[in-house]
Design a protein around this ligand. Structure first.
Ligand SMILES: *Cc1c(COP(=O)(O)O)cnc(C)c1O
Length: 243
């Protein structure tokens, strides 16, 4: 028989120490780059993390979290309502979920089609008439066939269309580069994402300010390559518990 060892839930103090540690690491890099500390921020990638863990981090002051699955996110929202958490959607969005995602999240980092953009915008102007949904276009930077995100060919059209929709505020790009073991290759991918961001002329350039890339094992490298939003799961919350 397998012995399952239940993990003790993390305490608020431990959660605060983890947040502080990450912030210190980010500060070291922003100092090195001579950019302001608050120009780079992180979202906690909280998929598969139990509510007790999230509550500890919420009490410790985490202010942004990303979820990949609507149903799972819904089960966390009510319990965490009293905290001031900005919710990001960072998973693939099925068409029939667009309406709820638009209504319940502040950000969608995984915009990858015109059809989805229109659905999100239509829903958002109903749920939040004066508060467009912040969106990043997910780019498939390494052209991986199985991975979500737009290719270079469809990118321009999506920027032009989504950038004009009334329910969307187009903020930038998001990418999950291939996890090459070679750091140099990852750096090349990150730099391609940053170059794409820099070379884009969106319809409303005043909101175009976000490069979301970098996860637990490469976020400091990503920041050095121009990321200003990193998505951290394991390094913050610990390993994801098995389902
Ligand atoms: C899970 C996830 C992350 C965080 O991954 P870690 O390696 O645990 O930091 C970041 N971004 C997305 C889109 C994810 O799904």
């Amino acid at each position: 028989m397998n012995t399952v060892i239940a993990q003790d839930p993390i305490s608020t103090e431990e959660a605060r120490a983890k947040i502080d540690r990450i912030q210190e690491q980010i500060n070291t890099v922003t100092e090195e780059l001579a950019i302001s500390t608050d120009s780079v921020r992180f979202v906690g990638a909280s998929k598969a993390q139990p509510l007790a863990t999230l509550r500890a981090f919420a009490e410790a002051g985490i202010n942004a979290c990303g979820e990949n699955y609507l149903q799972e996110a819904n089960s966390k929202f009510d319990e965490l309502e009293r905290f001031n958490i900005e919710w990001h959607f960072i998973g693939h969005i099925q068409g029939n979920k667009a309406k709820q995602v638009a209504a319940r999240f502040a950000w969608v980092q995984t915009l990858d089609s015109i059809r989805l953009a229109k659905r999100l915008s239509d829903a958002r102007i109903v749920s939040h008439p004066d508060e467009p949904l912040n969106c990043c276009i997910q780019v498939n930077v390494d052209n991986e066939p199985q991975k979500a995100g737009v290719s270079a060919e469809t990118y321009d059209e999506l920027v032009a269309t989504a950038g004009e929709l009334p329910g969307i505020r187009l903020r930038g790009v998001m990418a999950i580069p291939q996890p090459y073991p070679e750091l140099d290759q990852r750096i090349a991918s990150f730099k391609r994402v940053k170059a794409l961001f820099d070379n884009t002329s969106p319809p409303q350039p005043q909101y175009w300010d976000t490069v979301s890339m970098g996860m637990s094992d490469d976020f400091l490298t990503a920041i050095r390559c121009g990321a200003n939003l990193v998505r951290l799961g394991t390094i913050l919350f610990g390993p994801r518990p098995p389902k």
